[in-house]
Design a protein around this ligand. Sequence first.
Ligand SMILES: Cc1cc2nc3c(=O)[nH]c(=O)nc-3n(C[C@H](O)[C@H](O)[C@H](O)COP(=O)(O)OP(=O)(O)OC[C@H]3O[C@@H](n4cnc5c(N)ncnc54)[C@H](O)[C@@H]3O)c2cc1C
Length: 237
Amino acid sequence: MSTIPKWLADTVVNVFDPWLYTAEVEDMTYLSQDILSVTFTGEYYRTGFLPGHEIQFRVDDNNFRHYTISTFDELFGRFTVIFYLNRKGPGSDWVTHLEKGDILRFHAERSDMQYNKNTKHHFFFGDETSIGLFHGFKEIAHELDHEYLGVLELREENECALKELSLLLERVEESADAPAVNSIQWMEDMHENCWEVWKNATYYLAGRIYSIQRFRKYLMQRGVSKGQIRVAPFWGK
Ligand SMILES: Cc1cc2nc3c(=O)[nH]c(=O)nc-3n(C[C@H](O)[C@H](O)[C@H](O)COP(=O)(O)OP(=O)(O)OC[C@H]3O[C@@H](n4cnc5c(N)ncnc54)[C@H](O)[C@@H]3O)c2cc1C
């Protein structure tokens, strides 16, 4: 992700100041070695925050990074974000240095990636970075008595995060050189009767750009319409 000069980052923060929210780090829980769930508290009455909302933190002098609200509790002024620590960039570095009691500022905005309340079946495709999004959507699905299914491209050591969250999604091995290929094979192995039910679902594709592109193309080749597919490219080229 791009890095900008400090003076520009300072200017952005000053210009956006009236629209920035404040958050205190209330709790931090590792769901796996590289997946960290952080709970933030603050005054969020009538903000309209929802799972899937984009938020942006300034992670150092020169960088801002995007993350996603996973769950939100308006009454208690509390939201969670699930961070994947890729250990390669300033965002990941910033997250590893967070501590309980830290006070932060952030910008929030509604994303196109919203839960579709009009369908009963919801299919999730993604990777470590989309666990928070899909955990939030899973909670909505439970509330509405909807069904969800999905497949995530995860490193083996991160699979335990799904169990911690009771997120019942299939894991396939991620492959840097063959994005989405293992997930597409998993779809191909799906029983025909199962496909009959799920072919009309709403599909949410989030995470690595290449994986999303391939998976979307595959779905469309199988007859899933554009209108059924929602995408949120989070990282990579
Ligand atoms: C709208 C939006 C919402 C997002 N929500 C979340 C969220 O809730 N949780 C979350 O963890 N991330 C989320 N992301 C993704 C996150 O912003 C990126 O992964 C970001 O690149 C991390 O910044 P960084 O400084 O750690 O790494 P960068 O400096 O951006 O990248 C450093 C290197 O790491 C590589 N890299 C970045 N991400 C990954 C990865 N996942 N796996 C392997 N290599 C990677 C880059 O390609 C680059 O080579 C979201 C992104 C967007 C746009």
